[in-house]
Design a protein around this ligand. Structure first.
Ligand code: SAH
Ligand code: SF4
Ligand code: F3S
Length: 461
């Protein structure tokens, strides 16, 4: 196809594909990493479906496979190379197949060089700010037959397009890109660039459109949402934005992700208690409990100030629940430091925690720190951390037993089509036995069972 059809527009690629194969080309997006990447994948989905591609049922079998990559830890990178390698034979069998790699990994030179040198099966590479170039890049690849790379051009952060999301009732809205914090372990600021806020008007317009379409639960998304608005021509605080979104008529639930403890203001804590749609849940990564570790991580808060904010949130927002991210084995972390981490876990009483062994990332400051912790010490601390955390999650879930919870039914459970899953306002996952007609509805359920990860609810009138 490529040789015969130089200068094809990408839409004609779809038409030609249909003529040749009697079906529309299928696509599959394999997404690694965080919610930011998940949401970018929804933008890619939108572009492709608007061009006439259809979503494939098989993740690793489609006419166009796109890898949206993450480089926050080494194993995220390794997974992509493994999956790309596995596609080599498939591509030999189907020469019309296209493969693209995008996302955070592609923002770095070394990863792009590895793709260029070792993975000739890749046709297109694009960066986190070049998603809208995709149709144009398909064109360029089809007319040249060569690998095309675009990481230069910038998508407009204020662009307001109707994004096709994976779920019809629960969705993310990007309010900012990038990060200025440069935590010493973290590669994200190098991949995603400096903080840039989207305009209030553009965010509100997207939220209103989503609510008109039936969305009920919206999460405002950014690497550090609490510092939203600082870079705007007319600076706005995150609390001001949250208040405006809360006012959108028809919206039921409002959340935000991720918050940085240093930027949680009293203004925000008070607003969370007052704004009716803002849910009683916050993801507040503390990373480490020891003040000396926090300082070397460049987190700019202390164990005491973090715990103080947690207390204020508990007072201001009735029934608030917490989740967090924790790193063990940061360079120089002693057993005593680690005990401080366990202490925070016990004091806060999280409902969920994402726990990581510190992983060296080339290009970050902490990679150059000399006192790296041995792998077996990291593993041991991770296991001991989970030994402390799991019983807490279990007890938290147990405390829901017998209570009535409002659940927004989001879709079918992965394991059993007769069971639907949804979430409480406190972000707790609930399995409910009911039929599909309840998807998108808020239902009251009585919690009758639980395990460490989810609750089981029965519908009540
Ligand atoms: N912007 C968010 C999340 C960034 S990445 C925030 O600031 O919280 C998600 C999580 O990955 C981080 O919170 C941290 O816990 C973890 N992480 C980042 N870099 C890491 C590294 N080098 N090793 C291990 N975990 C890391
Ligand atoms: Fe990484 Fe820190 Fe920015 Fe989060 S706040 S993305 S952990 S640098
Ligand atoms: Fe990974 Fe990029 Fe998110 S590095 S964690 S996908 S911002």
């Amino acid at each position: 196809m490529k040789e015969n059809n130089n200068k094809l527009a990408s839409n004609s690629y779809v038409n030609l594909f249909i003529n040749r194969h009697q079906h529309a080309p299928t696509y599959s997006i394999i997404t690694h990493g965080c919610q930011m990447n998940e949401h970018d994948s929804e933008k890619i989905k939108t572009l492709l479906e608007n061009m006439g591609f259809e979503q494939s049922d098989e993740k690793l079998d489609a006419d166009f496979i796109i890898f949206n990559t993450c480089l926050v830890r080494e194993n995220a990178e390794m997974k992509v190379y493994g999956q790309l390698g596995a596609l080599k034979n498939l591509k030999r069998e189907n020469p019309d197949m296209l493969i693209a790699v995008c996302g955070c990994m592609m923002q770095t030179g070394p990863a792009r060089d590895i793709i260029r040198e070792k993975y000739p099966q890749v046709d297109i590479v694009f960066g986190v700010n070049n998603i809208n170039s995709l149709p144009y890049l398909i064109d360029r690849h089809l007319s040249s037959g060569k690998l095309v790379v675009d990481i230069e051009r910038k998508d407009d952060i204020d662009e307001d397009i109707a994004i096709k999301r994976e779920n019809e009732y629960v969705g993310y809205v990007n309010i900012m890109t990038g990060c200025n914090n440069f935590c010493t372990y973290c590669i994200v600021p190098y991949a995603r660039g400096r903080e840039q806020s989207r305009s209030v008007e553009s965010i509100l317009s997207e939220v209103k459109r989503m609510v008109d379409q039936g969305y009920k639960d919206i999460t405002l998304l950014g690497q550090n949402v609490n510092s939203y608005g600082k870079t705007l021509e007319n600076p706005v605080t995150f609390t001001e934005l949250l208040t405006k979104v809360n006012d959108v008529e028809g919206l039921e639930r409002l959340r935000f992700l991720t918050s940085h403890p240093k930027d949680i203001s009293d203004e925000l804590i008070n607003a969370m208690g007052k704004l009716d749609k803002v849910c009683e849940n916050i993801h507040l990564p503390f990373q480490a409990g020891s003040n000396s570790v926090l300082e070397r991580m460049h987190r700019k808060y202390t164990k005491e100030s973090y715990l103080e904010k947690i207390e204020k949130l508990k007072k201001s927002v009735q029934g608030i629940t917490f989740s967090t991210d924790i790193i063990v084995g940061f360079p120089g972390e002693t057993e005593e430091d680690f005990q401080d981490t366990l202490d925070v876990v016990r004091k806060v009483g999280y409902e969920q925690a994402f726990t990581f062994k510190y992983n060296r990332r080339p290009g970050t400051k902490a990679d150059l720190f000399e006192d790296q912790v041995d792998e077996d010490v990291k593993q041991d601390r991770l296991e001991r951390l989970l030994d402390v955390a799991y019983p807490i999650f279990y007890e938290k879930n147990k405390s829901y037993l017998g209570t009535i919870q409002e659940v927004l039914i989001e879709g079918e459970s992965k394991n059993n089509p007769e069971v639907m899953t949804g979430r409480t306002r406190t972000f707790k996952l609930v399995n409910v036995k009911c039929d599909k007609s309840y998807i998108g509805k808020l239902v009251n359920t009585k919690i009758v069972d639980f395990n460490s990860f989810a609750l089981t609810g029965e519908m009540v009138d």
